[in-house]
Design a protein around this ligand. Structure first.
Ligand code: 13P
Length: 344
């Protein structure tokens, strides 16, 4: 097999394409389904995700890869085809979430800070996921901003785990998505944009130092960071231009040019703002890496609502998903504008 990590990573951030994060754990997808009054069963989860993956035109033109949850990578579509084959037929690379979640970090900040777990047995799990078709993986570390938080202990523990995960992925022929998320939502989100900048810079510097120590090949990874943005509870919200400018500045100061691409999480931004921010950054140009999306909520929220769990709404759900995929595909080229939203 001649699949090179670098080629997979390049394909994940191909021009005008981004990643669909559909790797919600059973607990998280239940919350999403609760919001539309739908009971979460394995069959309904399958139907919902099959709806997205069969939006073939949008998948083909705008989605380079899909991050799956363990259940989904093993599931079959209604007609018996594996969901992995459904997305591959639509030109998307299968990916897999491999962390087992963010757990309280023992110590004085255990009520606020977490460390992401999942390293035990990971080598064996990666071999199985590779056999099931996965060519990239995801591990999400969560960093919270609060009084005296993050602590150095939390940053160090999470960055070290990310580097150990990334090295194991590369050993298995799988491209690691390295995701250190500085939260913008939740109970601790009163910080302003400059505090987000300071903590994100510190986080990324720590992560790249650990990746270096673990001898992770930067050419064979994709970074999935937060944008530099005020917390949802902050009284001082920033303009889209300020978010774009500070995000680029922070990333240029911390992310080596040998990383092929950066794919943002949406983190609680509205659908349209997540698109607008990405487009502004790409329109600014002169970037050393590809900048694209790896959105969960900002790609799926409209589709989830339009579908509402009803088989007769599948086409409407696919239309809503296709629209957001197209808008973000344009944003990845710096070619989105608000008028295109209205024209849909
Ligand atoms: P959001 O875009 O909803 O933040 O999710 C992306 C993701 O994969 C978080 O790990």
């Amino acid at each position: 097999m001649t699949e090179k990590l670098q080629d997979i990573a390049q394909a994940m951030v191909a021009p005008g394409k981004g990643i669909l994060a559909a790797d919600e754990s059973s607990g998280t997808i239940k919350k999403r389904f609760d919001s539309i009054g739908v009971t979460s069963t394995d069959e309904v989860r399958r139907d919902y995700r099959e709806m997205l993956f069969r939006a073939t035109d949008a998948m083909k033109s705008c989605i380079s890869g899909v991050i799956l949850y363990d259940e989904t990578i093993r599931q079959k579509a209604k007609d018996g085809t594996t969901l992995v084959d459904v997305m591959k037929a639509a030109g998307a690379i299968p990916g897999i979430k491999v962390d087992t979640g963010a757990k309280p970090l023992a110590g004085p900040t255990a009520k606020i800070e977490t460390v992401t777990e999942g390293l035990d047995g990971l080598r064996e799990r990666l071999a199985e996921y590779h056999a099931l078709g996965a060519r990239f993986a995801k591990w999400r570390a969560v960093i919270t901003i609060a009084d005296g938080v993050p602590t150095w202990n939390c940053l160090k523990a999470n960055a070290h785990a990310l580097a150990r995960y990334a090295a194991l992925c590369q050993e298995a022929g799988i491209v690691p998505i390295v995701e250190p998320e500085v939260l913008m939502d939740g109970p601790h989100s009163a910080h302003d944009i400059d505090e987000c900048y300071r903590v994100t810079e510190w986080t990324l510097r720590t992560v790249f130092r650990e990746l270096y120590d673990a001898r992770v090949s930067l050419e064979g990874m994709v970074l999935k960071p937060n944008m530099i943005i005020a917390g949802q509870k902050s009284a001082r919200q920033s303009s889209a231009e300020e978010v774009a400018e500070k995000t680029i500045r922070c990333l240029k100061a911390t992310v080596p040019a040998s990383v092929p691409g950066i794919a943002f999480l949406s983190g609680g931004q509205s659908d349209e703002l997540a698109t607008r921010h990405l487009s502004l950054m790409n329109a600014a140009g002169n970037l050393p890496w590809a900048l694209t999306f790896s959105y969960g909520r900002a790609l799926q929220a409209a589709a989830l609502k339009a579908w509402g769990g009803k088989p007769e709404n599948v086409a409407a759900g696919q239309r809503a998903f296709a629209h957001r995929a197209r808008m973000n595909g344009l944003a990845a080229l710096g070619k989105w504008n608000a008028g295109l939203e209205k024209a849909a």
